[in-house]
Design a protein around this ligand. Sequence first.
Ligand code: C5P
Length: 308
Amino acid sequence: MFSARPPAKVNLTLEIVGRRPDGFHELRSVFLRVGGLSDRLSVSLGAANGTDTLRVDGLPGASASDNLVLRALELVRVNAGLALPALDLTLDKRIPVAAGMGGGSSDAAAALALARAAWGVSISRPTELKLAAALGSDVPFFVTESAAALVTGRGEEMSALPAIVGGAGLLLVTPAMSISTGSVFGRFDALTGAVEPGTATDELARELRSGIDGTRLAALAERLRDANHLWSASASLAPSLPALRERLEQATDRPWLLSGSGPTLFAIYPSAHEAGDAGRLIVARTDAADLLIHAADLTGPDPAWRYP
Ligand code: C5P
């Protein structure tokens, strides 16, 4: 059996700098890997002439029949051009589904690697990145296994950035709603005229290249708070999001950022321990029903604290 812990990501910035003829949007974004919140995926060889199977446990919302991990196996099989036996997969969902943390994309990247290992086939790095981009815009980031990256193009071009020195803690709050990425980009187009490129992504990438620690990253959060151009679109599809953000900012006295297309909101702390303390305070002082809360460090493997 082969197994992996596909990690989550957050977007520290997400600037939309153009619309493309292929219908996608041109991005400039800093992705940060969150090893402290990860799914579990395992693969074993199945029946010689059967079909691939997938069992999904854990958090709700992920499909067992129409899942990117199954598409990942199919791409590896087609690329190998060989009759390869079926694989049996088990996926334990711990990253909230359709929540802006890239869980499905990370699972797909892990499935590419596990299928390769289980079948003993080799795939060149450029081909693997091409297969990843065919699966989804966020998948190449997870294939590279970078701690952080400056991500451009549709999401498939990237340059690795160094890890946060000594790590950092994130407090991640996911309301009980899922929003599809496509619908948020669609709403962005409906709400926004000409796109206005910002400078937040390039400034942050410069900072990260100089090697910053968690305390410095937390201090930058004020500048990053409004560097996600999908905020208005996400809040328009999830109208309770602005009030939730206000409540979290009041309770913790720090800025909260939107990850990806949402609805996950997160705050940055110097350590996962401090993020956990803040999480306990939110649960004690506010109505946390319908919220999933994780305090995680960047390397993992499991959250330092979670609610419920
Ligand atoms: O690539 P992925 O399947 O994750 O994208 C989901 C949807 O999000 C796309 O169909 C597209 O509508 C939108 N999207 C976009 N521009 C991007 C990434 C995604 O418009 N750079």
